[in-house]
Write a protein that binds this ligand. Sequence first.
Ligand SMILES: Nc1ncnc2c1ncn2[C@@H]1O[C@H](COP(=O)(O)OP(=O)(O)OP(=O)(O)O)[C@@H](O)[C@H]1O
Ligand SMILES: [Mg+2]
Length: 282
Amino acid sequence: MPRNVIALANQKGGVGKTSTAVNLSAAVAEAGRRVLLVDLDPQANATSGLGLQALPSGSVYEPLIHGGSLIEKIQATRFERLFMVPSEVDLAGAEIDVARSDRYLHRLRAVLDPLVELNRYDFVFVDCPPSLGILTMNALAAVDAVLVPLQCEYYALEGLSVIYRLIQRLQQNGANPGLFLEGIVMTMFDGRTSLARQVVSEVRTHFGRQVYETMIPRSVRISEAPSHGMPVLQYDPRSTGAEAYRALGQEFLQRWAALAAPAPAAPEGPAAPEPDGPVTTV
Ligand SMILES: Nc1ncnc2c1ncn2[C@@H]1O[C@H](COP(=O)(O)OP(=O)(O)OP(=O)(O)O)[C@@H](O)[C@H]1O
Ligand SMILES: [Mg+2]
């Protein structure tokens, strides 16, 4: 049974990781679950996007380096049932400091595990920076599953195969044997362009049911919401962007419930099909 800790990761910048982290967290909280979002990115976009400040000693940095408790860093947000561990500028230095410490790949797991054991949150999401540096690697070594936001653009599939192979490596080399690709969310979809439709079709051909049915459309409301310190679900609850993230939240919860359910007779577990393997129709 997974511990319900999920990283939003993609080494490519600006693909919708933070927007998805904030709004999926909000959608799952709106659906009645208690959610914790950990901002692991020194850019602190998720932190400001939820109206919180990146203050010294307020982030995961101190626990990560000195082994203190993460629990005291948790803050409530203005969104009901949604809690957050903010980021801070010092997190940028964490890459170097963590690299110098013992068991440097497992520092985040060591601080997350006691929190997960408390069972206070139904889901913990981790918003990763746009790189495969030490912070993201710590996230991948700590979480149960990875959700990859993928922008509907030409090089999408290439970037995806990099993170896909990395997940396989972490599974196989024992760094995180249970890790799996939870899903791929197509973001900033604009159905008017044939390129976007083509990219979606290609990603679905290679990754089949791992690709979420719900796609996040390009929406001005989604891009405006962070400057008001709110998820789009709160900023403009009836907008297409809010509805899309609400649908994503429902689909996420259904998929997660299916994982927890007893395995069917012909099991198709959470492990990913080979991206270049047999085509799964959707
Ligand atoms: N569906 C969308 N429609 C329109 N704009 C969007 C959408 N999703 C994200 N954006 C905008 O695109 C930019 C990048 O999005 P976001 O910050 O979520 O990506 P990211 O992958 O977290 O970036 P980084 O790699 O820098 O952390 C932001 O300005 C955001 O407001
Ligand atoms: Mg981001």
